[in-house]
Write a protein that binds this ligand. Sequence first.
Ligand SMILES: Cc1cc2nc3c(=O)[nH]c(=O)nc-3n(C[C@H](O)[C@H](O)[C@H](O)COP(=O)(O)OP(=O)(O)OC[C@H]3O[C@@H](n4cnc5c(N)ncnc54)[C@H](O)[C@@H]3O)c2cc1C
Length: 326
Amino acid sequence: MAETKQVDVLIAGQGASAFSAALYSARYQMNTLIAAEQFGGETAIGGDIENYPGFPSIDGYDLMLKMKEQVDLLEVPIHNSNIEAVEKSGEGFVTTLQDGTKIESLSVILAIGRERRKLNLPNEESLMGKGVSYCSTCDAPLYRNKKVVVVGGGSAAVEGAILLGKYAMEVWLVYRKGEFTRPEPVLVTQLNQSENVHQVMETEITELLENDFGLVGAKFSKPFQGSDQVDIDGIFIEIGADPRNEIAKTLGVEINSETDEIHVNREMKTNVSGLYAAGDLTDGSGNLKQTITAAAQGAIAALSAYEHASEIKANQAEASMALGGD
Ligand SMILES: Cc1cc2nc3c(=O)[nH]c(=O)nc-3n(C[C@H](O)[C@H](O)[C@H](O)COP(=O)(O)OP(=O)(O)OC[C@H]3O[C@@H](n4cnc5c(N)ncnc54)[C@H](O)[C@@H]3O)c2cc1C
């Protein structure tokens, strides 16, 4: 039979928002449990982090290890399974994990981040790590003197192309629209100054070409400089990310209709009592999706969860006193 655990607060995720929530939650002396299969979140694969206060430069993986170590010191258990479903149960929740474990909790903090968007080409998944990457910042140094394509037209794609221009021999930045309107103008200026970055506009990638060892080329939807295909060693797909909001949706959580993110107020409360969200999957920090904003939201969510749990416990104590006839 599946195991059932009871805690005050269940925190889903092992990224910056989750560890920060756990740190605060444990310090509020709540019985806290973290549930997530994978350690570190996006920060851990982000390469050098140079904008987290206190660390002029630190590898993202090391920063996340430090966050985890701090939570370990407070003896917050980590259950290495993702959450599959959350249901309201009385004043609290019952969460089912992918390994079948059930967690009963007074509050749930969703800190499960975003899912990188894919091109959905047939061999895209099998070529991951063999030439296909979703993280220019992480993998750019691996492509020194090589040829690469970057796909996308937002800040991440343009920044990625500029960065790769510093390592790779040649870069093709492929964008399906005719103009870069979303990145900051300063980035577009830098892009225009990157001599080895070709801007391939109003074009899509239609095919990834491979040999026995991995990616060797990409096909364009229309010719660029006389050819509809390029020989490349890597392709960086930087076309955005979708907030992981499915579980929240099934609970009737309000979703921001413009961004698809979980809508939270200043206290990281959703419209469902006892359910909080923190980090990149919320609309809580506008366009600034960073490790520091995720960590800050985690801390705020923990305070809200604490206040919620305290209220429930106080009500329960009062009810049991009344039953006792005092
Ligand atoms: C390449 C790259 C470089 C970056 N560089 C910087 C930088 O220099 N500085 C900076 O401040 N920020 C940077 N960022 C942004 C930063 O990494 C994110 O803002 C931050 O990781 C968000 O934290 P989070 O906790 O919201 O989500 P995440 O870090 O994405 O963590 C989400 C967690 O939830 C888990 N999860 C997913 N589904 C489930 C589920 N069903 N159940 C339980 N757990 C689940 C995941 O495994 C993960 O542990 C970078 C991001 C990328 C991709």
